[in-house]
Design a protein around this ligand. Structure first.
Ligand SMILES: O=C(CO)[C@H](O)[C@H](O)COP(=O)(O)O
Length: 207
């Protein structure tokens, strides 16, 4: 299973510092949506230039203009770009067309999708490389939140998936057991006193 760091920091400088600390332990470096909104796609270019050997993931969470938004992110240096599963099929098809043109990939984020299993199968059929079983930061803060729903959706869908939703050292083994191709960890790494040590610990917990 691959490890992805989600960099939900707000400046390119902070992202470059964080990426430099954790790169030895992660496979995929994600620029979070708030970072891209704050700094623009220049941040994607800066991270790809600093880490050309890593998979750079631009969490655009595109909802419309799929081909155009994906195209500008791939041109900026992204290897993977997210489109929302709640978007229409034509948006996903357009984004996949841009990915094909660049030789890159689209990940469909299933945040807010009620029937994640069915939508996961639909968007993989449309050409997404994998789906993200995702509970966002707001959902994680809701009373009674648990990772179980995401784990079981991933297991049931029988398609390639990543899992994001407050993944930590306490839960990453369960993410791997559920069959995820990628575990995404944001706060568990960037909020740690020692992000490099936190990433190393997550890496050590998986194979
Ligand atoms: O995309 C996101 C929020 O929409 C986050 O980057 C993702 O949820 C991973 O971060 P965390 O591990 O802190 O949940």
């Amino acid at each position: 299973m691959k490890l992805q760091v989600a960099m939900d920091v707000l400046t390119t400088d902070a992202a470059l510092t964080l990426a430099g600390q954790v790169a030895p332990y992660v496979d995929i470096i994600e620029l979070g949506t708030p970072l891209i909104k704050a700094e623009g796609l220049r941040a994607v270019t800066a991270i790809k230039q600093a880490h050309p050997d890593k998979i750079v993931f631009a969490d655009l969470k595109t909802m419309d203009a799929g081909e155009l938004e994906a195209d500008i992110a791939f041109t900026a240096g992204a290897d993977l770009v997210t489109v929302l599963g709640t978007a229409g099929d034509s948006t996903i098809v357009g984004a996949v067309a841009a990915a094909t043109k660049h030789g890159k990939g689209i990940v469909v984020d299933l945040i807010g999708v009620a029937d994640k299993v069915s939508r996961a199968r639909e968007v993989i059929a449309l050409g997404a490389v994998f789906v993200e079983m995702h509970a966002g930061l707001d959902e994680q803060a809701e009373e009674g939140f648990t990772l179980e729903t995401l784990l079981s959706a991933g297991e049931s869908a029988q398609v390639p998936f990543s899992l994001a939703g407050g993944v930590s050292t306490a839960t990453i083994a369960a993410v791997q057991r559920a069959g995820a191709e990628v575990a995404v960890a944001g706060g568990a790494i960037y909020s740690a006193a020692d992000p490099a040590a936190a990433a190393a610990e997550l890496r050590a917990a998986i194979s």
